[in-house]
Write a protein that binds this ligand. Structure first.
Ligand code: ZN
Length: 138
């Protein structure tokens, strides 16, 4: 079963999966919003689409991605751990949060955003434990 976290693109730890259109590559970009959707939303690109509408359209795009790239989705869902990373500072208005929710509906266990990692790089197995079990560390 997949255990999934989210983090900013600066996250340097294990199980990092870049899910951006810009740098996600062949695999990660299957889970990224289209350029068209990004441009209609991102303020830096002149976009003004409200978050609710963005979330709706992104979910539609992911439905299409799932239908078209089922084996890649299954590969991700069959992994044990993934940390979905994106450039956005604010996770609550980033597709990485929507994606973790979608993966949750598909059976993954969702742990939320990793916000601190400086003190944790010493641990080679991090973050394989649920965040709550790390207490002081996270
Ligand atoms: Zn983002």
């Amino acid at each position: 079963m997949l255990h999934v976290w989210t983090a900013n693109i600066g996250y340097p730890g294990p199980h990092r999966l870049d899910v951006t259109r810009k740098s996600g590559g062949m695999f990660g970009s299957l889970f990224a919003p289209s350029w068209g959707l990004l441009k209609s939303t991102h303020p830096a690109l002149g976009g003004t689409l409200p978050w609710e509408e963005y979330a709706k359209r992104y979910t539609q795009e992911m439905r299409a991605s799932y239908a078209e790239h089922r084996s890649e989705w299954d590969t991700l869902l069959a992994a044990q751990w993934a940390v979905l990373v994106c450039y956005c500072r604010e996770p609550t208005t980033c597709h990485r949060s929507l994606l973790s929710g979608i993966l949750g509906k598909l059976g993954a266990r969702v742990y939320g955003e990793i916000t601190e990692w400086d003190r944790t790089v010493e641990s080679p197995c991090w973050p394989i434990k649920p965040l709550g079990e790390w207490g002081e560390v996270l």
